[in-house]
Design a binder for this molecule. Structure first.
Ligand code: MOS
Length: 694
């Protein structure tokens, strides 16, 4: 670097804990060095029914076993209103792979052996685990995940479709999918009796220690102050660690059964396929009405999905269609079928990810039908204002992402006809798709900054799930305090620190960082730029962090080259390029890793990911990484992400927007569109397995 001093923000700092992680010094939830007992859950083997009897005798007699919890002997929980947390509270079985008992033993092996010996007699009722079109159980949910309305309508879409010179009517399907973070869900828990009613300490692998504390306190009938949750390092979550799940409750129940002794629980990879959420399968009918010049008059997006009978989760798959393109007549609907399946939950960009696969595939199909370049078609339907709300955009540069991305990718001169390029045994094509993700700043985080001996200690109970959040919070603080980053220390991942909202919705850095800026300003206002020893200030995420009256989203454009083998149908993706507009990039190293990681996850979705339910037996068939395929190194070739320069001061005080999820949104559509361009085969049903091209 030259002698020019560079501010902390915008600098590609390495993760401050990076060396600890690669050297094995970073301690994860399960690795706390405490003498502990081990918990192994026993799971139901029927998809619907009830537990008739549990014979714990052989398990209790097994070596090392200290306790066996069942629905008959487990503590009654104080609050069972959230049925996911009502673990071991009754005999009902709502899905295959539900916790029906748990063994506590001296070693993990003894716990697992004990769990094998627990004899659970189950009564099986008829079950239904497969979402088909027009499923008889479909209903309209009261609300979607974070969105108030399941259905929206503007104008008269039915009449507009009837009048439209060109109508596209297609149905797309995305399969059930599972998050597979490297680190399984795990916790180390201690219950201590004593004054004040006792205390619970939980080392957890989570996207939010404060939310876990609130949930566990409520379920167990404790005051929040009686519960401490610590999560210093997390090996990925993708949404699945965005709330506690049944295993946290069973670990707490086990800990309370052996007061004064630590217990550890780590889900096996197989158990993760039923206990920590999944992405629902979707059936999405998209109808587009357009003039011959490509201008849309109507957009209709109707979604069918599943949820569980135990607890509702409604994936918001069509919400992106509400704001993405201009059209006077539009409708979106969501219908759910409550099936006897595990409980769906967040998986990276829930809603936008499956929804944009459908919408961006449909746009590509319409472009083909009109013999129009797919970038031109999108540009022609660019809305001046948010079509859903009428609000002005804070910073919508989708067209710029498409144009500049096309230039950098080398789109010009593309022969738009499908099956027009062959190299040896491979059909070669290129595809494009838009990306979008909403901007959230969640209220409720607080930051404390204390100055001592020249060092500013920034404290907030936030989560770093591998993203580098700890590092970027330090950069934000250094910038706001006008001091070098070396003089800032960041403490996160502990409910002993001020409250922080979940690392989810790509909102972590935006929400916590806004509070960091506010606290830094407060410190300087109260104590000047040379604060004395022990000077401190505390502030929360300001209510006006996002400028009111604007529609704030991130955008992007994906470009993909796909090759499809003429004889085997194998799909290879030698090149993915994404150009994004995400406001100011606070740390290019970390942001790139989020964007590229999202694109790889989108590639994985396009090529491989597919959870299979066994209709007859009601279980997840491919519940391990041997059978549930995620993209491996050999799949990931040249993947590059870049972004447009510029700050969005309406989004956060830092000028940034979120980067965690937008990389996956639209990526699968770009792959499918490229595969169509290569072969002429339109795959509307993910993933793009070889058989689809033969
Ligand atoms: Mo992300 S799916 O909002 O944790």
């Amino acid at each position: 670097m030259s002698g020019v001093e560079q501010g902390a923000l915008g600098r590609p700092d390495e993760r401050v804990e990076g060396w600890d992680k690669v050297a094995g010094r970073a301690r994860y939830a399960y690795e706390q060095p405490v003498p502990a007992l081990y918990v192994h859950p026993v799971l139901s083997t029927v998809a619907r029914g009830r537990v008739l009897a549990v014979d714990t005798g052989p398990a209790r007699a097994s070596a090392g076993v200290e306790a066996v919890l069942t629905h008959e002997n487990a503590e009654r929980l104080a609050d069972t209103s959230d049925a996911e947390f009502a673990v071991l509270q009754g005999p009902h079985i709502g899905f295959c792979g539900q916790i029906v008992a748990a063994v506590v033993a001296r070693t993990p092996e003894e716990a697992r052996r004990g769990a094998d010996l627990v004899q659970v007699r189950e009564y099986a009722e008829e079950h239904d685990v497969v979402l088909g079109p027009g499923h008889p159980r479909l209903y309209c949910p009261d609300e979607l995940n974070a969105y108030p309305e399941a259905d929206t309508r503007q104008g008269d879409p039915a009449a507009a479709l009837e009048r439209a010179p060109v109508v596209l009517d297609r149905t797309y399907r995305t399969p059930m999918e599972h998050n597979n973070p490297m680190e399984p869900h795990a916790c180390t828990v201690l219950w201590e009796e004593g004054t004040g009613g006792g205390s619970l300490t939980v080392y957890d692998s989570t996207q939010g220690v404060h939310p876990v504390r609130e949930s566990l306190a409520q379920v167990l009938g404790l005051h929040a102050e009686q519960v401490r949750v610590v999560s210093e390092h997390v090996g990925g979550g993708f949404g699945s660690k965005g709330s506690p799940h049944a295993h946290n409750v069973v670990a707490a129940l086990a800990a309370r059964a052996v007061p004064g002794r630590w217990v550890k629980l780590a889900l096996t990879r197989q158990q993760m396929f039923t206990l920590v959420g999944h992405r629902t399968p979707t059936i999405q009918r998209v109808r587009l009405g357009a003039a011959r010049d490509g201008v849309l008059s109507a957009v209709v997006h109707d979604v069918e999905e599943h949820t569980s009978t135990v607890k509702e989760f409604a994936e918001q798959s069509a919400v992106c269609t509400r704001m993405m393109y201009a059209a006077p007549h539009r409708r979106t609907t969501h219908r759910l079928a409550a099936l006897d399946v595990p409980i769906p939950f967040w998986m990276r960009a829930p809603g936008e990810t499956p929804g944009m696969f459908a919408l961006e595939s449909a746009l590509d199909e319409l472009a083909c039908e009109l013999a129009m370049d797919p970038i031109v078609l999108r540009e022609r339907n660019e809305p001046d204002l948010d079509p859903e709300t009428g609000a002005p955009w804070s910073d919508r540069r989708l067209v710029q992402c498409l144009h500049e991305g096309a230039r950098r990718f080398g789109w010009a001169g593309r022969d738009g006809r499908a099956r027009s390029r062959r190299e040896g045994e491979w059909w070669v094509g290129t595809g494009v798709a838009s990306a979008v993700y909403p901007h959230f700043v969640n209220p409720g985080s607080e930051v404390e900054i204390v100055h001592g001996q020249g060092v500013y200690t920034v404290s907030i109970g936030a989560a770093d799930i591998g993203t580098g959040a700890r590092t970027v919070l330090g950069q934000i603080a250094a910038d706001a305090l006008s001091v070098p980053a070396e003089r800032v220390r960041v403490r996160i991942g502990d409910t002993a620190l001020p409250p922080a909202t979940v690392a989810g919705g790509s909102a972590g850095t935006s929400s916590w960082g806004s509070a960091v800026v506010a606290a830094a300003r407060a410190l300087r206002e109260e104590h000047g730029s040379e604060p004395g020893e022990g000077a401190r200030a505390r502030a929360g995420t300001p209510e006006d962090a996002v400028a009111p009256g604007y529609s704030v989203y991130s955008f992007g454009a994906h470009f993909v080259e796909a090759r499809v083998h003429a004889d085997t149908g194998e799909v290879r993706v030698p090149r993915m390029y994404g150009l994004f507009s995400v406001g100011r990039v606070l740390n290019p190293r970390l942001a790139r890793s989020q964007l590229v990681g999202g694109m790889v996850m989108g590639l994985s979705m396009a090529l491989h990911e597919h959870t299979v339910m066994d209709a007859r037996l009601g279980h997840v068939v491919n519940h391990d990484l041997a059978q549930y395929h995620v993209a491996a190194h050999a799949d990931v070739q040249q993947v590059e992400a870049e972004w447009l320069e510029g700050a969005d001061v309406r989004a956060t005080p830092m000028g940034s927007r979120g980067v965690g999820e937008i990389g996956i949104v639209g990526a699968a559509a770009a792959v499918a569109n490229a595969a169509h361009h290569a072969t002429g085969v339109r795959v509307r049903n993910l993933p793009l397995t070889p058989d689809r091209f033969l």
